[in-house]
Structure formats: C-alpha cells, structure tokens
Design a protein around this ligand. Sequence first.
Ligand SMILES: *Cc1c(COP(=O)(O)O)cnc(C)c1O
Length: 445
Amino acid sequence: MTEVGGPQLDQVRRLITAIPGPRSIELQARRSGIVAGSIGTTLPVFIERAGGGVLVDVDNNSLIDMASGIAVTSVGNSAPHVVENVQEQVAQFTHTCFMITEYEAYVDVCEQLNRITPGEHAKRSALFNSGAEAVENAVKIARSFTGRAGVAVVEHAYHGRTNLTMGMTAKHHPYKKNFGPFASDIHRVPNSYPLRDGRTGEEAAAHAIRRLSVEGGVDEIAAIVIEPIQGEGGFIVPAPGYLAALAEFAAENGILLIADEIQTGIARTGEWFACHHEGVVPDLITTAKALAGGLPLAAVTGRAEIMDSVHVGGIGGTYGGNPVACAAALGAIQTIEELDLIGAARNIETIMVPRLADIADRTGVIAQVRGRGALIAVEITTPGSLDPDPELTKRVVAECHRQGVLVLSAGTYGNVLRFLPPLVMGEQLLLEALDVISDAFDTAI
Ligand SMILES: *Cc1c(COP(=O)(O)O)cnc(C)c1O
C-alpha cells in the first residue's frame, strides 16, 4: 500500500471487538478523570496507527475513515512525503519564530499557496496556527485595508471558536452557548440553500445584498466572509451564480470578498479550491485543515496590495508558520500533485453520489445528496417533507460506528450526514463503506 502512503496497514475493515473495544473503554474511563469534560468526542475509540483509508484502534480494530479528522488528512495519515519532510526538519531545528529569524520553508509554503489559489494577480501569504486564527487575521487585514469595521457573514456559517469567529458562526449550541458577549459589527445575511429557499443564485444574492444594505450599511462593510460550500452548516452548495453575484457586489462597493476555504480547500472538492468551480476570485482566502497533512498550519493568501497594506509587525504570532508544519505542508502539496488527488476527489464523487442516490430512492428519508468531490453529504428528513430528522441521523451515525465506519454528522439542524474520506482511499474500501452506510439506514429507520 505504499502508493496510498502512511504506515503499511491493510486497507480493510476489521472488527475484532465491539466498538469501542475494552482497551478503548478503559482509556476513556481514565480520560474522564483527567481531560476537561467540555471536550466532546464523536467516537470514543483510541487510535494507535492510521494510514490510507483506515484507522487502527488500540484493540486492533481497523475502521474505515470517512472523516479525515474533519477534512485534514486528505493525503492520508503519515503520508510518506509528509513524514520524510517532517523527520528531516525536526532533526534540524524545531522553531526560531519567523518574526525573529527566518527559514526558507515558510517562504516555500507561501509561494505554493500564491500559485494554487484562484486568480493570476500578484499575491502574498501569511501563516498562522489554526483556521480560526486565519479568519481573525483575514478580518484584521480587511479592516485595515478598507478603514471599515463591518463584517458580513451568512446564515449557517461556521468560522471557528475564538471570540470574533464565534460571533461570525451561526449555530448557538454548542459553539456559542454561555460564551458571550460577542464582537460587534457582524451582520448576518441570507445564504443560498437550494433545498430550502427555492431561490436561484441571483435571487438569493439579491436577498442577501438587500439585507446587508438595510442592516449593515454598504459603505461601512469591510468584507463579506463566506464558505463557498458551507462545512459545519451541512455541506450546503449555493445555487449557481450566488457567489459570483456577491463577488460582483463586493467589488462594486469597495468590500473585500474573503473565501473561507478552510474545509473546502486543498483538493477536497475536485479542484484546488471550491471557488475554482464557481469562477470566483476572492480578494483574500483562508486555508488550514488539509494544508499540512495533519500538522497545525493555516494561512491567509490574498491580493498583494491588500496584504502589504497592513503596518509592519501588525500581523504575526509566536508559532505561526512553524518550520515542522511548513515542511509537512510542502510534503502534502507534493503528494497531491504526484498522486493527482484532485482527480481522486472527483472519482470519489463519481462513486459516492449514485450509491447515495440509490439509498435516497429506497428509503425516502434523504431529501438531498449534495457536495463536490470528496466533500459529500446527505440531508435527512421525515419522508415527504423537509422536516429535519436529527434523531434518525444520530441512529445512522451510531450504526455506522458500530459497524466500523467512521462518519460525521453536521448541519444547523443536526440532520446532515457528511463524508470526508481521505483522497487516497482505495475504491474497494470506499465501496465497502458505502455498503455499510446503506445497511445502517435500513437498520436505523
Ligand atoms: C474548521 C473550520 C474553521 C476553524 O478552524 P480551526 O482550525 O478549528 O480553528 C474555520 N472555518 C471553516 C470553514 C472550518 O471548516
């Protein structure tokens, strides 16, 4: 399995014990007395090794990974180029702080990001540690450049867990509950949700723009921050033309368009970035998750004149662009190109969508199969209606987990089952996961 990378693990589903197994249960009990209870866990299983499309737990069960650690290990766990680069870098030096003394890998990662992000204009990049930190910095840069305070975000948005990004996030529980007060000058406008709003992209954009004009004041808005396909919101793909219309409105009104591609970016959707599908060129783009093959790294990339407008020293951080994480990112990008993982993401869509559509036809509980590339979801509703069915969603998730397939739920109403397989997953394993998911629906209904 060397071509899929990672440790030489059999690419199979293998259940030796119940899930979770006895050793995981023991560790979970130990954890409960030590780790803060507020940190949730989707599946209380402890992992020992992972690679390709599988996670092997401490009881030697081999689970099929349809989550990639939330769209992070797109190149697989411990992909060879990532491991080699990290080992070499970690033995040379682990940290200098790029704001104190420099190193070339930071420049190399920025150069790659400037190359692969949408648009042919001159670009600059800055590196950070987490997605939320990248979003915060994109907003800081937009405010500094425009001299305006307002930030427009959309319904169902997810942008992170820091104070500013919590305020920009739509869903109250669990992200915002008891954590206020939040930052001001954030204006939420309608998204485009074809299943539920019945609007064309142009209509949805006009609706959003009208709301923003009335409630935000167009000339006080620094930026529209938007996920081109909403992630935690439930893989909501906007109607065609919605993003382009927002981009046009922004350009005409001195507002920056910031694409939050933290979940959708870096080959996940069958293009380097989801914006590529829409022909939209954002002014600034945020990346994180899949950027460094599992190591923490995030970035803001954008138009040179915007990025360079901020005063020297205004943007940065102790660990941002850590050399080990940068080495990993270079390995991840190399892996994506060598293995054509953009093509692999498209192939995953081709395999998954018809199989999920079959489940929808057979069961009547799936209102929509949607997504792009290897970012695919089903929205689960009561048959014959659009009423969300989060309880059935939970039962399907639990059944998949019992059968050794790790899946995640999402969606503002908790009724979306989302799939984010590593792009290196083999076809047989993916088909097996789909069989398990199909059976899980029959068992759970
Ligand atoms: C995950 C995510 C974030 C936050 O990233 P963290 O690394 O968890 O801070 C922001 N925006 C989007 C779209 C995300 O999916």
